[in-house]
Design a protein around this ligand. Structure first.
Ligand code: LER
Ligand code: MN
Length: 264
């Protein structure tokens, strides 16, 4: 298993400098914002070939959700996701991370009544995934469907929810991304869920239980990594977290070091 990262405020802004910095810090890959990738494709290709640091995945960088309540926004989002998949193909990336929606609606806070029925949710998300499944096939990439916790999304909260979309729509190029932070809230057990859904897990996001840097909270990373190893997972573990402490850069490097130790 390899360790990747999303962007952080203390990384260099300049693209070439960013890639060099990440390589030197010991990361194995970069999960990039989809819009940054599309808008700076040539510069990113050069940075990859200079450093050998791959772009593994894209996350965000599009303007509508696959499960958007607003149809125009959903369709715009899909068109942008397709562009991102094409750009990922050009840089040899694995695929795009997509939740059903992020921060659009939750049943757990007022007004607690959704503007759309659950069958309407199912249809919007399924239609989008069928479209993206084809786009992923055409670009030899993968769509990583991400369950989020109940406060961030009302449609797909567990790995089992994601499996249902994939199986019932017979999707061949859609896999599950398992995010430890969301799983810690929604699953009965992280290792248990990773094991149950092992055939469909294609990507992983790491943060601790409170979403700060791994190692600063209560998640037992070594236990869950051992489970992933037993089940033959050999994809990326990508850090997606907030960072706290007086020295964020130092804390982040410490987290990377601890994760590498937990992998041994
Ligand atoms: C949002 O909480 C999240 O986990 C991101 O990966 C959304 O795609
Ligand atoms: Mn995530």
């Amino acid at each position: 298993m390899k360790i990747g990262t999303q962007n952080q405020a203390f990384f260099p802004e300049n693209i070439r400098e960013k890639f060099h910095y990440l390589k030197e810090a010991g990361f194995d890959g970069f999960e990039i914002d989809g819009k940054l990738l599309v808008d700076h494709l040539e510069e990113i290709k050069e940075a990859i070939s200079e450093t050998g640091l791959p772009v593994t995945t894209a996350c965000g960088g599009y303007s509508g959700w696959i499960g958007d309540f607003i149809e125009e926004r959903r369709l715009n989002g899909l068109a942008e996701m397709k562009q991102i998949l094409k750009a990922l193909q050009e840089v040899g990336g694995n695929g795009i991370v997509v939740p059903a929606a992020w921060g659009m609606f939750t049943y757990r806070l007022p007004p607690m009544v959704s503007p759309r029925s659950q069958s309407g949710d199912w249809k919007a998300v399924s239609d989008s995934l069928l479209y993206l499944d084809k786009a992923a096939e055409e670009t030899a990439t993968t769509v990583f469907l991400e369950p989020l916790n109940r406060y961030q999304d009302h449609m797909i909260n567990t790995l089992a929810d994601a499996r249902r979309y994939i199986e019932e729509n017979n999707l061949k190029n859609v896999k599950i991304i398992a995010d430890f932070y969301h799983m810690n809230i929604e699953e009965d057990g992280i290792s248990e869920a990773l094991h149950l859904q092992r055939d469909l897990i294609g990507h992983i996001h790491l943060a601790d239980n409170h979403r700060f840097q791994p190692g600063s909270g209560s998640i037992d990373f070594k236990k869950h990594f051992n489970q992933l190893k037993k089940d033959g997972y050999d994809g990326f573990l990508t850090i997606e977290c907030r960072v706290r402490g007086n020295d964020p850069e130092g804390e982040y490097k410490k987290a990377l070091h601890q994760l590498k130790e937990a992998l041994v």
